[in-house]
Ligand binder design. Sequence first.
Ligand SMILES: [Zn+2]
Length: 268
Amino acid sequence: MMDAIHGIVESPDALRFVHRNLLDATDFAGYLRQRPPYVSLERSLLGEGDSLSIDDSTVAAADAARLVRRLGHDVTIFLNGWNIVEGTPYCFSGFNAVLDETRVNQVTSEGTLHDLRTARGKQSFRRSVKLQWMAIASESDREELIAGIGRMLGIDSIVVPPHLSPLTPEQVRELIDIGVDVQNHGWIHVRMSAISADAQAENILLGREWLRSEYGVESSFVATPYGGDIPPWNTSPHYKAWFLLDSTLTIEQHPADVFSRATLELAS
Ligand SMILES: [Zn+2]
């Protein structure tokens, strides 16, 4: 098994979008204490045990990585260098904060009316906006989209909570120092199939060069942002393995160096 998570937070509230995809820190610690140790991603590829990887350059992801190491497991974190270097949160973090804070009752998106007084209406609006931002190639255009939606929903300046803030460069160094394996989630968190093959290669190369020049790390793994896209080439000199997340592809549809991870769900 190759498990994957997005981070931890204390007592997450299932109704808050800023807690989306995050595990309860206490529950996760309990889970780690009772299961066999996770081995490195490298070893799990050789069939030597289960591995755990954590996606994205957030404080919540780093908190999870530190906890996992403290409890004696190996762990990999997939980072987007751009968010760390620029100190800029992910656009989806800002959008989740907008969804939690808005007092607007309803909104129309792509011809559909969404009732924002209900969780279901907010979720359907989120899905609609996510389809829009996943088709956008540049970070600044994505930010503009989310800022515009924020204004439309009465949130003029978007405040992302501390657990969704990007890591600082020093915090990345601290993770490496405690034995966290840091790997490449692309320089920016762009849906790979939304950009050309050349732009995908560039996004991977920039992330890799950043890990090498800043931290002396030779990254050999890529986790594709949003988890669903296979590479547009057969082999690459820029990684040994490419990881999906919760992909609907069958094993037969995977190229040889593409591997599936599944989001870890804790029994409640
Ligand atoms: Zn991601």
